[in-house]
Design a binder for this molecule. Structure first.
Ligand SMILES: CCCCCCCCCCCC(=O)SCCNC(=O)CCNC(=O)[C@H](O)C(C)(C)COP(=O)(O)OP(=O)(O)OC[C@H]1O[C@@H](n2cnc3c(N)ncnc32)[C@H](O)[C@@H]1OP(=O)(O)O
Length: 166
């Protein structure tokens, strides 16, 4: 189903998932959708390999982790969490050198923690991996130091899509 993009989230410099200056990372872009979910668009790379031809399972967990962890910002902009638990079900190999999508949403939100689920989609829309994860809410200063948001947390002006097929 085609979903309108409501908002694009910021990127960091060095994160392995969203860091724009991390040569080994996914260079993911995160888009808040009109159905209340968060979509990631990201590029898999040769140097993220596990067995030849497939992305390492840790990297698969990483994109799902960040997609779910960022979904809290749809309803609560400026919220941050650190992952305390994650479960991943690997259903199909994730190919190298492709542009893929992931989607996540929040399923539980309390004063201290939040939880959510997400899926990594292959180009043809099949689910390659699904995850559930739990996060402890934290102040960004505690997770990343005093000046993280000023120093390396940027809105990237780009030619972004207006809609995403999820
Ligand atoms: C750059 C791009 C960014 C972009 C966007 C961000 C999206 C996020 C996605 C990526 C996030 C990551 O990768 S984060 C990296 C991976 N995760 C981490 O590094 C977390 C490592 N763990 C820790 O730092 C710590 O264990 C903490 C902070 C989670 C808790 O440590 P602590 O401070 O000693 O905590 P403690 O006193 O035991 O507990 C504090 C309170 O939290 C509760 N608590 C603790 N753990 C849990 C738990 N698993 N489930 C429920 N509740 C818990 C306790 O019961 C307690 O409640 P009470 O007694 O007060 O009631």
């Amino acid at each position: 189903m085609l979903h309108k993009i409501v908002k694009k989230q910021n990127n960091s410099d060095k994160c392995i998932v969203c860091g724009d200056k991390n040569p080994y990372g996914f260079h993911a872009r995160f888009y808040e959708l009109d159905n209340g979910e968060l979509a990631a668009v990201f590029h898999t790379k040769e140097l993220q390999q596990s067995f030849p031809g497939r992305v390492h399972g840790g990297m698969v967990a990483a994109i799902l982790d960040e997609t779910i962890g960022r979904a809290i910002c749809i309803d609560k902009p400026g919220s941050w969490g650190v992952t305390t638990e994650i479960q991943v079900k690997y259903k199909k190999p994730v190919p190298l050198n492709e542009t893929l999508r992931a989607v996540g949403r929040i399923t539980r939100d309390t004063r201290k923690i939040f939880e959510g689920t997400g899926e990594l989609l292959l180009e043809n829309g099949e689910v390659a991996a699904e995850a559930w994860a739990k996060y402890l809410k934290v102040a960004i200063e505690d997770a990343a130091g005093d000046d993280f948001t000023e120093r390396e947390w940027h809105y990237l002006e780009e030619d972004d899509p207006r809609e995403i097929e999820i």
